[in-house]
Design a protein around this ligand. Structure first.
Ligand SMILES: *Cc1c(COP(=O)(O)O)cnc(C)c1O
Length: 460
């Protein structure tokens, strides 16, 4: 088949377009200064190609938009809730569903329900909002990902895997009674979208269950993870994404989900569990923070778009295009000798700012600056995933100094064409050619929580 020779070819066509504003370099210098050198504080109108995130930036299909018109906006028992519940059971396999306004709403409810003060919560590398909610609930996050994940150049098919030895060491050190659950994110966002193997997930589940520890899957991009398993793990080549995805979920007791990623929607999420008692507690708490348990902060139409999004997202041709498009983009940079995280991940291409701006120290915020410079150069918006995102140690108050100092160029689903990525790659390559001229930044405003969203900087 021809499509096999261009595996990133789109399994859809475009029905509606949104014009983009073309800006000048002068405009963009003014905008970035106003935004305190933080791409989160730019106005979207001033951005040409927006690769800030793949969260809620998806293009919905005609099938999803048609579903929006069938929103049942009843306060209680909306039919769209039941459609979503059916699909979560069918495609994820969990018994009970609590919708939330987005992923962090689910993380909040689950953390408050399961974590006691003084508990430890292991995970395969932190995620910003996940760890924040664990800490707010009185827990301490412990990273148990394999060492390779912290090295942007280490090649590993499943670089997101849990290091079973690290997990076991933690159990021996603090006792299983102090570990309510382990979080497995697949693929691992902060490590560069690196997948977790089925064998590893199974091993985690077996060890955790032997010790009476629950396994919580951060299922945000689990369908993409299933694609990597299909491509790379023995025995899965002939299985569909749907089968692999459901098997993976079966090695967990609960899942938190940001529908804004995999599920091709603009807002929505859920927490799903197998345990009735836990479900009861979550259902009790959701009415305090999100809304009634049959809408969880969402309109009926949003629930319908999410229910339909599951059906579309899970199709092999969708995920294949999705991950292959990211790979196409990543290869343009890799082949030009740009330092990026390898292997190329599922949802984004990550520039290695430590090697890109070799002459800047980590305290001069090289990734923050690189994201800002790329915007000024080309109008492309990306995001820092380095020392600013990592935040401060809650005991010492010092920065956390993560090994990875990255800029994430995230690919929204069904939004941009090959030409957009060709142009973006060109912009990065041109910036790389004059990398030695770059100056660092100093932080002039620092918020208490998730500082990367609102921090402000000045050029040194
Ligand atoms: C986005 C994300 C979340 C949080 O979800 P929101 O919908 O942004 O609140 C949690 N985990 C991972 C891996 C994510 O990428």
């Amino acid at each position: 088949m021809l499509a096999d020779r261009i595996p990133w070819v789109e399994p859809y066509k475009i029905k509606m377009v949104e014009p983009l504003k073309i800006t000048t370099r002068e405009d963009r210098v003014k905008s970035i200064k106003e935004a305190g050198w933080n791409t989160f504080l730019l106005r979207s109108e001033d951005v040409y190609i927006d690769l800030l995130t793949d969260s809620g930036t998806n293009a919905m299909s005609d099938y999803q938009w048609a579903g929006m018109m069938l929103g049942d906006e009843a306060y209680a028992g909306s039919r769209n809730y039941y459609h979503l519940e059916d699909n979560v059971k069918k495609y994820y396999g969990y018994k009970y569903l609590v919708p939330t306004h987005q992923g962090r709403g689910a993380e909040h409810l689950l953390s408050q329900t399961l974590i006691k003060k003084g508990d430890f919560v292991p995970g395969n590398m932190y995620f910003t909002t996940t760890r924040q909610h664990q800490e707010l609930a009185g827990g301490t996050f412990v990273d148990v990902i394999i060492d390779e994940a912290h090295d942007p150049e280490a090649l590993h098919d499943f670089k997101g895997n849990v290091d079973i030895q690290k997990f076991e060491d933690l159990i021996n050190r603090v006792g299983a009674g102090k570990i309510p659950y382990i979080t497995v994110g697949a693929p691992v966002n902060m490590a560069g979208g690196q997948p977790v193997s089925m064998a590893n997930m199974k091993e985690v589940y077996e060890l955790a269950h032997k010790k009476g520890i629950k396994v919580v899957l951060d299922a945000t991009r689990n369908m993409e993870n299933a694609f990597f398993i299909q491509q790379r793990e023995e025995g899965y080549n002939n299985k569909s994404i749907a089968e692999i995805h459901k098997e993976f979920c079966s090695y967990s007791d609960a899942a938190t989900m940001s529908g804004k990623k995999d599920l091709l929607i603009n807002i929505g999420g859920f927490v799903a569990v197998n345990d009735w008692d836990l479900f009861e507690e979550l259902r009790n708490l959701v009415v305090v923070f999100e809304g009634l348990h049959t809408y969880g902060g969402l309109a009926g139409r949003d629930l319908e778009a999410m229910a339909r999004g599951i059906e579309e997202a899970i199709k092999d041709e969708n995920i294949t295009h999705r991950v292959r498009q990211v790979e196409y983009f990543g290869n343009l940079l890799k082949n030009a000798g740009i330092p990026i995280v390898l292997p190329i991940g599922g949802h984004a291409v990550f520039l290695d700012a430590k090697r890109f701006y070799e002459h800047l120290s980590q305290l001069q915020f090289p990734a923050q600056k690189l994201a800002a410079d790329l915007y000024v150069e080309s109008g492309v918006r990306s995001m820092e995933r380095g020392i600013v995102s990592a935040g401060r140690d809650k005991v010492t108050g010092d920065h956390k100094y993560p090994k990875l100092e990255l800029v994430r160029l995230t690919v929204p689903r069904r939004v941009y064409t090959q030409t957009h990525f060709d142009m973006t790659a060109l912009a990065v390559i041109e910036l790389y050619e004059k990398r030695k001229e770059a100056k660092g930044l100093k932080m002039v405003y620092e918020p208490t929580y998730l500082r990367f969203f609102q921090a402000r900087f000045e050029e040194l």
